[in-house]
Ligand binder design. Structure first.
Ligand code: S3P
Length: 427
């Protein structure tokens, strides 16, 4: 689907955002591992989370949506899954494949998990290696690096594992497998990545020891509890970006997850001169949440450093657009992981923003953006990547003339209804 975007004169209003995608995956998977009912409120309706639910149903887990919108996961216990009738399909979702990889590693059957064209290009050795060390037998395509993964589970042994790349998905795959192992599994990260898995496991009664970058889990059962999913900060970020770049009285976004491991993007925008206020005075089920206010402000360039990347990894497309409107040269460095997302984001961000007139240089692990540059509307392509589609839509709102975003329906992957919400906020 192509989406035609016209320049916006003004933005204002108040809105919520869908439930956090990362937390929703975890609620479904950890819920499936409980022996009994887990009730989840505000679960994301995004296509990626539907992929996790679909795979879990194939594994014998009943998941129902009640008329009030609450989701009930009828967990089967840690080892109660059944062999799926066919290949599991994780769609576009790296989180589904990697986290379920951890769960399948400790089951007593074999299974195959695959995905769409984009997912089949993404690196899986990062989970194959530690899960094999724990005792699973995993075969992967392209000499053990790419999906489909063929997983023969078994009795798992705990490991201590130092992550070679900062990745919450890999950390979570190991911690989930750790729940299935007897004894203590430890993951050590270089830079702290999102900690939703640890928080949720603790809430469900798992024995978790955690310093900033070393996390241990003791194998054992989880308790059935009720979970609440806060609004997705990474979805909210595109609205924040619009609020920042378009004139108007400003934008309020309600009930957004404000977990400190996800706030790197907001911190970077504040350093650029943005006026964003939020308070983390509430928390629901172990995750802080609050309301955000943002108004238009002049921006200046900053350096975004490698250690910050895990806390803003999904916000880089949006930060790159902000940098095109900031005074000076912004460098985003140590960002090679962006090449392994739904598209090669260092490349696609640079390519598409350049089409709109931005001055942006792509290096092996870095983007360098010179600003401010006026953007001119043209035809741009999301490359089937949801975060590119949303960033380019906001770019279209500040560009002169009309912008067409190709493959814009990819927004469904994380933010169903994004265009309608954006439309309702701008004049
Ligand atoms: C996610 C972790 C990040 C992020 C992705 C969701 C998660 O990926 O980019 O959108 O839910 O754990 P990596 O673990 O590959 O950094």
């Amino acid at each position: 689907m192509d989406k035609l975007i016209f320049p916006a004169k003004k933005i204002s209003g108040m809105t919520g955002v869908p439930g956090d995608k990362s937390i929703s995956h975890r609620a479904l998977i950890l819920g499936a591992m409980c022996a009994g009912e887990v009730t989840v409120t505000n679960l994301s309706t995004a296509a990626d989370c539907a992929s996790t639910a679909r795979c879990l149903r194939e594994l014998g887990v009943a998941i129902e949506t009640r008329p009030d919108g609450t989701t009930v996961v009828h967990g089967k216990g840690r080892f109660g899954l059944r062999q799926p009738p066919g290949d599991l399909n994780a769609g576009n979702s790296g989180t589904t494949m990697r986290l379920l990889g951890g769960l399948l590693a400790g089951q007593t059957f074999s299974s195959v998990i695959t995905g769409d064209k984009s997912l089949r290009k993404r690196p899986m050795k990062r989970i194959v290696e530690p899960l094999s060390r724990m005792g699973a037998t995993i075969a992967a395509a392209a000499e053990g690096t790419n999906p489909p993964l063929s997983i023969t589970g078994g009795a798992l042994t705990p490991i201590t594992y130092e992550l070679p790349v900062a990745s919450a998905q890999v950390k979570s795959a190991i911690l989930i497998a750790g729940l299935l192992a007897e004894g203590k599994t430890t993951v050590i990260e270089k830079d702290q990545s999102r900690d939703h898995t640890e928080r949720m496991m603790r809430q469900m009664g798992a024995k978790i020891d955690k310093s900033k970058t070393t996390i241990s889990v003791q194998g054992g059962d989880l308790n059935c509890v009720s979970l609440h999913v806060p609004g997705d900060i990474s979805s909210a970020f595109f609205l924040i970006l619009a609020g920042l770049l378009i004139a108007g009285p400003g934008l309020y976004i309600r009930d957004v997850g404000l977990n400190p491991t996800r706030l790197g993007g907001l911190r970077a925008l504040s350093r650029m001169g943005a006026e964003i206020t939020y308070s983390t005075d509430r928390s629901d089920g172990g995750e802080p949440l609050g309301d955000i206010h943002v108004g238009r402000a002049p921006l200046h360039a900053i350096d975004i450093l490698p250690a910050e990347i895990p806390t803003l990894v999904d916000e880089i497309p949006a930060l790159a657009l902000a940098a095109t409107q900031a005074e000076g040269k912004t460098a985003i460095s140590g960002a090679r992981e962006l090449r392994f997302k739904e598209s090669d984001r260092l490349h696609t961000v640079a390519l598409e923003l350049r089409r709109l007139g931005a001055e942006i240089v792509e290096r092996e692990d870095e983007l360098e953006i010179d600003g401010p540059t006026p953007l001119r509307g043209t035809t741009v392509d999301s490359h089937g990547d949801h975060r590119l589609a949303m960033m380019l839509a906001v770019a279209g709102l500040i560009a002169e003339g009309e912008t067409i975003v190709q493959q814009a329906d990819s927004v469904e992957i994380s933010y169903p209804g994004f265009f309608a919400v954006l439309q309702s906020l701008v004049d």
